[in-house]
Write a protein that binds this ligand. Structure first.
Ligand SMILES: Cc1cc2nc3c(=O)[nH]c(=O)nc-3n(C[C@H](O)[C@H](O)[C@H](O)COP(=O)(O)OP(=O)(O)OC[C@H]3O[C@@H](n4cnc5c(N)ncnc54)[C@H](O)[C@@H]3O)c2cc1C
Length: 426
């Protein structure tokens, strides 16, 4: 009888996995099924640019089935729960699926419902998010008529996916207002639950410096308790208030609710896994990968990419009863748009924080780490092509899964282990 692999989520990680594993797991010995709630694959990094008119919605989505290879079943349906004892996945419409091995790759989503007042009468009037297509589109409309007042960019709580995106939005908004001659009429405020502009010393110094240079006020250690819709202000647990005319918030991010219903998650519905192998500590046939896992690194497409490279090799060993010999080091890299057609790049892992230097080649780059360059910006824009044409189909990309110290300047780094971008670590 064929062995059954079920992958939950046909997003960045799930799509890569089924493409790579279909080539490596022989048919008909292995049946592979991937489940998602719809057949539209979004390019989420594009949401950042949509409010500024760089992309339109059509450029940011493709049918999921275009990226699901022959020999893999794509099942469209809402996942309701997993029964790890029966080794079954139940869908909301009553269908069920048996598995021998399960991979949870259902990502993380913004949850404005978790902050009192966020979904009040000002939602999508003066309160917006850009972490969803609808949010980014509504924000584009609001920005097109915004010409004076207080524009507040706000992070509710960490971890969030692409933790640099709120900073990028701030830099892009600042440049956008400047280009339109509106900068003097708009007060820009960045509100964060962190003690600084960013979490880690070297990156925080660079990014905090940019905010100061661009006259963006920073409100730190701000834990929002509720949003007062009538007075249009954020109110924190320690009773500070931040008024706004236009609020761009990143709501609390949470893993999928079915993870909690299945008894597989932590308090934010992330699946606890071994941070080097992605194997659940509770079930020897369940893995979680990408944003759905509780990995103490950035929740980012780059992490999904590097993780999948390691996961595939380990999975093949695991199903043959051999010890998993590959170990994920938390490698992540993120472009950081800084406005005016430039961007920075950061590269880091569980143990080494973002450093200055060059990437991917030690001296030739061409990308500069923690440095504003035009090449970095072009790299970020080019990534959309790479995503659709190389990454999702699981084609080789000449970037090593493990972080390399070649081309980096460790003298800039404080010593000791770090856990980037997550406020509280397990
Ligand atoms: C504004 C923004 C900018 C970003 N910029 C960058 C960037 O520059 N660089 C970078 O590396 N990353 C960036 N990211 C993050 C990146 O998009 C994600 O980290 C990445 O897509 C995670 O992949 P994943 O497979 O874990 O989750 P996803 O790609 O989100 O896939 C999860 C899938 O699970 C499905 N799913 C969830 N629950 C259910 C359910 N109950 N039933 C059925 N299906 C379900 C969803 O429909 C989805 O398709 C950005 C994200 C945003 C929002």
């Amino acid at each position: 009888m064929a062995r059954r692999l079920v992958v939950l989520g046909a997003g960045t990680a799930g799509t890569m996995i089924v493409n790579k594993l279909r080539r490596r797991l022989p048919q008909p010995e292995w049946e592979i099924t991937v489940v998602d709630r719809d057949d539209v694959h979004p390019y989420q990094p594009g949401y950042l640019f949509l409010p500024f008119g760089t992309y339109d919605a059509e450029q940011l989505s493709r049918p999921r089935h275009d990226f699901v290879p022959e020999g893999v079943d794509l099942l469209v349906g809402e996942i309701d729960r997993v029964d790890p004892t029966e080794q079954t996945v139940l869908l909301a419409d009553g269908r069920s699926l048996d598995y021998d091995y399960l991979v949870i790759a259902t990502g993380t989503s913004p949850r404005p419902d978790q902050t009192p007042g966020m979904l009040g009468e000002q939602w999508r009037r003066t309160i917006f998010d850009f972490y969803t297509l609808e949010g980014a589109q509504a924000l584009a409309t609001a920005l097109s008529t915004f010409d004076h007042g207080r524009l507040v960019v706000h992070i509710t709580e960490l971890p969030i996916k692409c933790p640099v995106a709120p900073l990028e939005f701030t830099f892009l908004a600042e440049a956008w207002l400047r280009e339109r001659g509106l900068r003097d009429r708009v007060e820009l405020v960045f509100v964060t639950p962190l003690p600084g502009a960013f979490t880690k010393p070297v990156a925080s110094a660079h990014l905090g410096g940019l905010l100061t240079e661009r006259k963006v006020a920073v409100e730190t250690d701000f834990m929002v308790e509720h949003i007062d819709n009538e007075r249009r202000c954020l109110v924190s647990y320690d009773e500070r208030e931040v008024p706004f005319d236009l609020l761009v918030t990143v709501p609390l991010n949470m893993g999928a609710d079915f993870v909690a219903r299945s008894g597989l998650g932590d308090e934010l519905n992330y699946v606890p896994v071994d941070k080097h192998t992605f194997l659940s500590g509770a079930h020897d046939n369940i893995f979680a990968i990408g944003d759905a896992a509780d990995l103490p690194t950035s929740k980012a497409g780059s992490v999904a990419h590097f993780s999948v490279e390691i996961f595939v090799e380990n999975f093949l060993e695991h199903v043959e009863g051999r010890p998993m010999s590959h170990s994920f080091d938390g490698h992540a890299n993120c472009f950081i748009e800084s406005g005016d057609g430039k961007a920075m790049l950061i590269d880091f892992n569980y143990d080494t924080e973002p450093l200055t230097g060059s990437y991917p080649l030690p001296y030739a780059g061409p990308l500069g780490l923690l440095k504003e360059t035009r090449a970095n910006h072009l790299g970020k824009l080019a990534f959309r092509w790479v995503y659709w044409n190389l990454l999702l189909p699981g084609r080789p990309i000449p970037l090593p899964a493990h972080m390399s110290m070649a081309g980096k300047h460790p003298a800039d780094a404080p010593t000791g282990s770090i856990e980037p971008f997550t406020k509280e670590q397990p």
